[in-house]
Design a protein around this ligand. Structure first.
Ligand code: GRF
Length: 234
């Protein structure tokens, strides 16, 4: 599949960027994207929701909104690479030009992430580069961090290591638990993801040579989410 940065910008005729969302579980980030889309606040067409878990609530939510879904069982493939090749063949066939990992709990094979460079983003519940991987809230609390947050980044072959587009920050309160921190962060995650997907759909944000461009210029630091839900330079 060929891809140019320009094809990330919806054409005046279509205006909507076709996106696929991959999710393994609850799907609250997917639900936020669907709500924003249905409210007319996000110029995307969600053409596919796919999962590695057939019982993922995210799939049921997508079905309830008339969005095509796909569940593929990794256990029926000989290797991670074969699974990811099959999954992304379906994603490509859907016409998606951007893939959003929203609580997708599998590492994607490097051959696929390399082919889709600049076209896959992930939401991760930490202020990257802090706390790649799992148990981010626990690790932030254990470290005594005064601040915690979420990041949206372009996906590279390195786990949670691709260029960060934007971050949302929250204060850690005395007495916070993993659950309270996760709950307080979640609504900010949703707004952050909507803002990032919207900025890519409008052509304001893109990736080039491992760097995030905002209105055509490389950003010196992750963008911030302002109170109005817009991305701004830090
Ligand atoms: C979110 O915290 C997201 O940052 C992380 O996994 C969680 C998914 O939640 N990658 P949901 O399934 O979108 O509700």
């Amino acid at each position: 599949m060929s891809f140019t940065p320009e094809s990330r910008v919806p054409s005046p005729e279509s205006r909507l960027l076709p996106i696929a969302v991959l999710a393994s579980g609850r799907g609250s980030n997917l639900a936020a994207l669907i709500d924003a889309r249905e409210a007319g606040g996000l110029p995307v067409d969600i053409v596919l929701v796919a999962s590695d878990k057939a019982d993922a609530p995210a799939l049921r939510h997508a079905e309830a909104h008339g969005i095509p879904t796909l569940a593929l069982d990794p256990k029926t493939f000989a290797s991670r690479r074969e699974f990811d090749e099959a999954l992304f063949a379906n994603v490509a066939a859907s016409g998606a030009q951007l893939v959003v990992l929203a609580g997708y709990m599998r590492i994607i094979d490097a051959t696929v992430t390399t082919r889709w460079t600049g076209r896959i983003i992930n939401i991760h519940p930490s202020l990257l580069p802090k706390y790649r991987g799992l148990h981010t809230h626990r690790r932030a609390l254990k470290a005594g961090d005064p601040e915690h947050g979420a990041s949206v980044h372009f996906v590279s072959a390195e786990l949670d290591g691709g260029p960060v587009i934007a971050q949302a920050r929250i204060d850690v309160h005395p007495g916070d638990t993993e659950d309270s921190l996760a709950a307080r962060l979640l609504s900010r995650e949703h707004r952050l993801l909507i803002a990032c997907v919207g900025a890519i759909a409008c052509g304001e944000v893109r990736e080039r040579d491992g760097k995030v461009l905002f209105h055509g210029d490389p950003i010196p630091a992750p963008l911030r989410l302002d109170p109005g839900g817009h991305l701004t330079l830090a």
